[in-house]
Write a protein that binds this ligand. Structure first.
Ligand code: RP5
Length: 164
């Protein structure tokens, strides 16, 4: 059994639609990972235990997604030096602007790398984790470069509808 390298945690199962975008990327790149609900306000003791154990378990990054008053990424970061990548989940009333502000506005001293609201942010958080890991893994770097090259080719192949 391989050691989990990246943890993906979220405040609720309702965040899964968004955070599964991160998990898909980690799967695609063959990164050993786990995904679980760790709610900051409903499971504070579990949240602290997760953060406190992270480095010892060998986690190299934690992708944390939450919506609304999204304190999960910041509170995890407060309890571990493992890099925390925060994903703002789109909320019902404020469309995730509340989540974004909650995650991005960390006071000086405890950083959380913050990504875009929603699916793009979740996917990019995973790609960022891949890039971090690729710094020590030439095969992974080659995979990431191939992934980028495919996007380049797809963009070059784009065409626009004919105009009069
Ligand atoms: C946050 O509250 C979660 O991250 C989720 O985005 C939001 C709503 O949670 P549920 O009411 O759907 O469980 O803690």
């Amino acid at each position: 059994m391989s050691t989990v390298t990246v943890g993906v945690v979220m405040g609720s199962s309702s965040d899964w639609d968004t955070l599964q975008q991160a998990v898909q990327i980690l799967q695609e790149f063959g990164i050993p990972h786990e995904a679980k609900v760790v709610s900051a306000h409903r499971m504070p003791d579990d949240m602290f235990a997760y953060a406190e154990a992270a480095a010892g378990r060998g986690l190299k990054a934690i992708i944390a997604g939450a919506g609304g008053a999204a304190h999960l990424p910041g509170m995890l970061a407060a309890k571990t030096t493992v890099p925390v990548l925060g994903v703002p989940v789109a909320s019902r009333h404020l469309q995730g602007v509340d989540s974004l502000h909650s995650i991005v506005q960390m006071p000086k001293g405890i950083p959380v790398a913050t990504f875009a609201i929603g699916a793009a942010g979740a996917a990019n958080a995973a790609l960022f984790a891949v890039a971090m890991l690729a710094g020590h893994d030439a095969a992974l770097r080659a995979k990431l470069e191939a992934y980028r090259a495919r996007q380049t080719e797809a963009a070059r192949a784009m065409s626009l509808p004919p105009r009069d």
